[in-house]
Design a binder for this molecule. Structure first.
Ligand SMILES: [Fe+2]
Ligand SMILES: [Fe+2]
Length: 266
C-alpha cells in the first residue's frame, strides 16, 4: 500500500499568494502533478490540515478545486487555520466522510492499513486537543479491529517537539490519547502536520511523524522565541507499507524541472 501525504497548504484566495509571498496554489498544483505521474500510483492521498490560511470559504474552494486534479482518492482533515463548517461545505462527502456533527473524524477501510482520521482542532485556538468525546470515539474505532495495523492521521503532533507550535500552542488531552495508543500496539504510526517540518519521534509506543508544508518551511528555533517560515521547494511524503510490513516514509521535494542523472552515467 502506498499513501501520499500533503500537509499545510495554507491557501489564500484565488490568484493570491499566502501572506503576499508564498505561492501555495502553484506549489500545490506542482505537488499534484508530481503525484499524478508516480508509478505506482498511491492508493490514496491524505491532506493533514491547514488547507486554508484564514478559514475562508474561497480558500477552501480553491483547495478543493486544485485537489480534484488528483487521479486517486483523497481525504481531508482540519487544522487550526481551517474552519470545520467551511471544509465540510467545500469538500464532497467522499473526501470528508465524517458522520459526526461536530468533529471531522472517520475511518478509511478496505486497505491493508486501517486509516483513522482524528480531529485535533479547537475552534479559534492554535493548539491541539483530544477531548473525552473524541477519545471515546477513537477507542471505539480502534476496538472494531484491534489486530489490524492502523495509522492515525491528525493535524497536531501530540507531543512537545521543541518548537513554539507544539510546546507553547500545546495539546490538551495528550496523555488521554497516549494511553489509548499505548493500549493498541497495532497503531503503527501517527501521521501529523502543523509544524511544517519532516520530523519524527517515538511516542506512546508508536512513531509520530510530521509532513512538511508544501513550501512554507518552519524556521527551527529551539529557544522558543521566534515563529517564522522560510519559502522552500514544495514537498510531500510517501508512506510505503512494504511487503515486509514496514511503513517506510520518504519525503519528496518537488523541484521543477526534475532532471534525473543516472548513477551509471560515464
Ligand atoms: Fe500550518
Ligand atoms: Fe497548524
Amino acid at each position: 500500500m502506498l499513501i501520499a501525504q500533503i500537509s499545510d497548504t495554507h491557501l489564500a484566495g484565488w490568484g493570491r499568494r499566502t501572506f503576499g509571498v508564498a505561492p501555495m496554489g502553484e506549489n500545490l498544483a506542482r505537488c499534484i502533478r508530481h503525484i499524478n505521474r508516480l508509478d505506482p500510483q498511491p492508493d490514496l492521498v491524505l491532506v493533514t490540515g491547514d488547507l486554508t490560511n484564514n478559514a475562508r470559504p474561497e480558500e477552501a474552494e480553491r483547495a478543493a478545486s486544485l485537489l480534484d486534479a488528483l487521479r486517486v482518492p483523497f481525504y481531508v482533515i482540519p487544522g487550526n487555520h481551517d474552519d470545520r463548517a467551511v471544509l465540510r461545505a467545500a469538500f464532497a462527502a467522499e473526501h470528508c466522510p465524517a458522520e459526526d456533527e461536530t468533529f471531522i473524524h472517520y475511518t478509511i477501510e478496505g486497505y491493508p492499513l486501517r486509516l483513522i482520521a482524528v480531529d485535533t482542532t479547537i475552534p479559534g485556538a492554535p493548539g491541539g486537543e483530544v477531548c473525552e468525546k473524541r477519545a471515546a470515539w477513537l477507542e471505539a474505532a480502534l476496538e472494531e479491529a484491534p489486530r489490524s495495523p492502523a495509522v492515525l492521521f491528525m493535524h497536531h503532533p501530540p507531543l512537545r517537539m521543541g518548537l513554539i507550535e507544539t510546546d507553547l500552542d500545546g495539546f490538551l488531552g495528550a496523555s488521554r490519547l497516549e494511553s489509548i495508543v499505548r493500549a493498541h500496539p497495532n497503531v503503527i504510526r501517527i501521521l501529523a502536520g502543523h509544524i511544517h517540518l519532516a520530523s519524527l519521534a517515538r511516542w506512546g509506543g508508536t512513531v509520530v511523524s510530521t509532513a512538511p508544508s508544501i513550501g512554507m518551511r518552519l524556521y527551527v528555533d529551539l529557544t522558543l522565541k521566534r515563529s517564522a517560515y522560510i519559502l522552500d521547494v514544495p514537498a510531500y511524503q510517501l508512506h510505503y507499507w512494504t511487503p515486509q510490513e514496514h511503513l517506510v516514509t520518504h519525503t519528496v521535494r518537488v523541484q521543477e524541472p526534475e532532471i534525473l542523472h543516472p548513477f551509471s552515467a560515464a
